[in-house]
Write a protein that binds this ligand. Sequence first.
Ligand code: 5RP
Length: 262
Amino acid sequence: MDWGIKNRLSKLFKSDGHCFFLPVDHGYFQGPTSCLEKPAKTIKPLLPYCDALFCTRGVLRSCIDAAMDTPVILRVSGGTSMVGSDLANEAVTTCLEEIIRLNVSAVGVSVFVGSDYEKQTLLNLSNLVNECERYGIPVMAVTAVGKETEKRTSRYLALSCRIAAELGARVVKTYWCAKDFDKVVEGCPVPVVMAGGPKCETELEVLEFVHDGMQKGAVGINLGRNVWQNPNPVAVAKALHAIIHEKASVKEAHDIFKETKK
Ligand code: 5RP
């Protein structure tokens, strides 16, 4: 691995090999998502706890201070919306020159395995890897399911993650699943990061699934709504940070949440 890509990856993953990515890219297909209407306001208090921000170029330019130290993972796929006919029908939205100009640490692209747009989205990933690797920029694949959340079984997720890694993703973001998540991680030769999905009923549920996923081999999280849609986002972020980087148990993390909430 050349110095440039190693350097970028070392910004995203801390010395323990773990990561806490904060996604705020939801507007690219959901519009002004609840609690993310003003991205700058949502992001600011959470920055001390996260290792990278996942966002589009629009939010980066208009809402984020260029002097910020936190590395950026740029969302570079899109072209669909919640009200359109198929969320899987994505293209790559951002050219290589723009990716370099924005000085990001990685890019993120969704793949929709098993959808009508499987080949198109897998080629989006492959082509992006071909271009970005020439300049030492890692590509993170997002194994997306669109509105079909019932697809999130270990068998399906293992298939999607492995395909994404085979096509050259340096990191794969996927969903945690209650049964056999370890098989998803074991079948993927590159680091696996857990996505969150719609907000859970309680923060305890979030802490439990993140802790379980870490025990089963995930290297970290890319969690958005379960952090910033919580009425106490900083408390959740602090508790998650403790699980990811301080080996906290669920109880210890929950105590941190309760203490911070006060
Ligand atoms: C959308 C994404 C988002 O980054 C992803 O949904 C993570 O955010 P959340 O934890 O809110 O699900 O990649 O496809």
